[in-house]
Design a protein around this ligand. Structure first.
Ligand code: HEM
Length: 433
């Protein structure tokens, strides 16, 4: 079971798990609680945030060599402090300034696809990875960031992800955090490469005087709460890497899954094409177009229901608590799996069907805490609005440029590492629009 979970933990759930409200079990020497209803999610992530705010030992051990004390893996006072500096830089009010980078990158990719000889095969998963990496790099470090620097960061990230294990057996055995884990030399080397590139980029921005807008500049203008000084350089690096990690593969996976689903659902594909023809008439989508793209957005929201980019949210109880009337001991692992919750048949009608109409304006919104692709509670994704905008502008721009066909015989299987991917590649043939 652990071996299977390490390879792809999506494969371990029996069909009945999707309708359970909460599961209490023990894996090796650790208590495990899975919350699978809006009520239990609310109890774990909102009501008892203080007790269950710490990321699981697995996540921390996998990510700390890369993120240091970045807010994604920190908790308590430090997490609160960092969150107050980082969250505002991607606030909804900043989206109009951040959108042109996205429009530009999506339009370039769309033009490159349209120029391919008809019938060329592309790997849509890799293409979306490159596109969103380029976008997040330019958003964090400024629009003029060179392609080489972006490519170096992306390659080192991919290597880091490959090297870190999914299941940290030492933590499941209940060993304390200070217990030495087997060092993964290659992962640490990849982390050092990322640190070197990012340190260089930050120094160039912060020591370079006046420059263009970027998330780094916005963070530099903010003061550490309760002081009149900005964060130190190491904190900038850690938070820049958090933003890159959190904001890149998630959005890439939503786009790849959406393009895959659209190739399998001609009615939704045509309906999307019709919306885009009316709203955009072939030009790239901009921030001002968003209100005219409700179906594009609904396609993405429904895609994230079926294939939540972060399929499992895991926490470690730092104090005792209670879920569904049962006690949760200190040290227990508390899990919320959008992969299960979003297909729970007691919440969703036809849970496995792709029905974007669920998310069209006027449709009743899902019950609170039933649909949580961006998590929920105080640790909710800070980039939710940016991620949704990015995915919408990219999908709208790319879908108009070409027609895509999944290469015959391709078997698409969801695989979960830190994020949920459609396998290792998504080969599609490009045809004229
Ligand atoms: C469709 C795209 C995205 C999805 C589905 C997504 C989803 C999530 C989820 C589920 C979490 C919580 C993880 C956990 O608790 O274990 C999270 C956290 C976070 N996300 Fe996103 N995200 C997306 C895009 C972005 C973008 C574009 C940014 C910023 C550039 C971003 C920044 C963050 C940060 C900083 C956190 C950590 C928040 C904290 O711990 O306080 N995300 N995201």
């Amino acid at each position: 079971m652990l071996k299977l979970a390490r390879h792809n933990w999506l494969a371990i759930w029996p069909a009945g798990a999707f309708r359970r409200d909460a599961v209490f079990t023990r894996v090796l020497f650790r208590d495990l609680v899975i919350c699978n209803t809006p009520e239990t999610v609310h109890q774990a992530f909102v009501e008892q945030h203080e007790a269950f705010q710490r990321k699981s030992a697995q996540h921390r051990h996998a990510l700390i060599p890369l993120l240091g004390d970045g807010l994604f893996v920190s908790d308590g006072a430090l997490w609160r402090e960092r969150r107050r500096v980082v969250a505002p830089v991607t606030h909804a009010s900043r989206l109009p300034d951040l959108a042109p980078t996205i429009t530009e990158a999506a339009a370039d990719r769309a033009a490159a696809w349209a120029a391919l000889p008809p019938g060329t095969t592309i790997d849509v998963l890799a293409e979306m990875g490159r596109l969103t990496a380029e976008i997040i790099c330019r958003t964090i470090f400024g629009r003029a960031l060179g392609a080489d620097a972006a490519a170096a960061v992306v390659a080192a990230f991919a290597e880091y992800q490959r090297e870190i294990g999914q299941t940290d057996i030492a933590s499941l055995l209940g060993l304390p955090d200070w217990w030495p884990r087997l060092p993964n030399r290659r992962a640490r080397a990849a982390a050092r490469r990322i640190h070197a590139v990012v340190d260089g980029l930050i120094a160039a921005i912060l020591d370079g005087g006046e420059g263009e807008a970027s998330l780094i500049r916005s963070m530099a203008e903010a003061k550490v709460p309760g002081t009149d000084r900005p964060m130190d350089r190491r904190a900038f690096r850690n938070e820049a890497i958090v933003l890159f990690m959190a904001g890149h593969e998630t959005t890439a996976n939503v786009l790849a899954w959406a393009l895959f689903i659209l190739t399998q659902d001609p009615a939704s594909a045509d309906r999307l094409r019709a919306e885009l023809a009316t709203a955009l008439g072939g030009r790239p989508a901009t921030h001002a177009d968003l209100p005219a793209l409700p179906f594009t957005r609904a396609v993405l929201e429904e895609t994230m229901r079926l294939y939540p980019p972060v399929p499992m949210l895991s926490r470690q109880a730092i104090a005792p608590g209670e879920i569904a009337g049962r006690p949760v001991r200190r040290g227990a692992m508390v899990l919320v799996a959008p992969w299960l919750l979003h297909r729970n048949p007691t919440i969703w009608e036809e849970p496995d069907a792709f029905v974007p109409d669920r998310f069209m304006p006027g449709a009743p919104r899902p019950p609170r805490h039933a649909y949580i692709p961006f998590s929920t509670g105080p640790r909710v994704c800070t980039g939710q609005q940016l991620g949704l905008m990015e995915a919408t502008l990219c999908l709208a721009t790319l879908w108009q440029a070409v027609r895509l066909e999944l290469v015959e015989g391709t078997e698409v299987m969801p695989v979960a590492r830190l994020t949920l991917r459609p396998g290792e590649a998504l080969p599609m043939r490009v045809r004229p629009a």
